[in-house]
Ligand binder design. Structure first.
Ligand code: ADP
Ligand code: MG
Length: 224
């Protein structure tokens, strides 16, 4: 599903360097990324999503080389293949929770925003305990509710790859377990791959493989 080779990345004017000699994620595989703050976990997800572009190396997403694509082509590929739960949610303030969840349908022509899509959005929201809140804007939701909206948005188009950046960081324990069950069951049903950054070590047994950024070992074996 994902293949990274000889990646070198830095931000302009920053000392931070991320080097990834080799990293693969198979179809259906569920991998956790752990490690201290500032080690490049979010950067890795941004590279895979084509939001950041490496200075060197190749990134293949579902058999397609991303690094040579135009910004527009990368955006389309991302919208078609990836559901991304951003660490800061990245919800649009001027849209209701429902329209935020449905937003992936607005940005590409790949999938129609039809009754089935709307029903799926409502169903996901219900499963996340958001039923009565879909008409509200993000500013009128708690952090945990916003995080659940972000999760619904990532899942609604049933992407082949889910990137989740601390996707349970703002949830209380009860919600967390329900949301994780949802994330893993949807991933499994869709045969999707999951790459999840988490600080929550209780969650690690749910994953097939763990990569520890504290070791700076981004190799094919991982570090677990
Ligand atoms: P993590 O997710 O592991 O906490 P990040 O990938 O967010 O780490 O950040 C890795 C490093 O890159 C940090 O030192 C951070 O300050 C820096 N960084 C992140 N985003 C930017 C940016 N847009 N411009 C410059 N430096 C950045
Ligand atoms: Mg981060």
């Amino acid at each position: 599903m994902i293949e990274l080779r000889d990646i070198a990345f830095s931000y302009p004017g920053s000392d931070f360097r991320l080097a990834v000699p080799s990293f693969n994620l198979s179809e259906g595989e569920r991998v956790a990324v752990v490690g201290p703050s500032g080690t490049g976990k979010t950067t890795l997800l941004n590279l895979i999503a084509g939001i950041a572009v490496p200075q060197a190396g190749q990134i293949m997403l579902d058999g397609q080389e991303m690094t040579g694509l135009s910004d527009g082509a990368r955006r389309t590929l991302r919208a078609d293949k990836i559901g991304f739960v951003f660490q800061d949610f990245a919800l649009l303030d001027y849209l209701s929770a429902r329209d935020n969840i449905l937003y992936p349908y607005r940005i590409t022509s790949g999938a129609p925003l039809n009754a089935e899509a709307r029903a799926r959005a409502d169903h996901l929201a219900e499963a996340c305990g958001l039923s009565g809140k879909l008409g509200r804007r993000p500013g009128a939701l708690s952090q945990g509710e916003q995080q659940r909206v972000a999760l619904c948005r990532a899942l609604v188009r049933q992407p082949k790859l889910i990137l989740a950046d601390e996707a349970t960081g703002n949830l209380d324990p009860e919600n967390k377990s329900a949301i994780l069950d949802l994330l893993f069951s949807r991933t499994r049903e869709a045969g999707a791959s999951l790459l999840a950054v988490t600080h929550d070590h209780d969650l690690l047994p749910r994953f097939d493989r763990i990569i520890d950024f504290a070791d700076y070992r981004m190799d094919a074996e991982g570090a677990a």
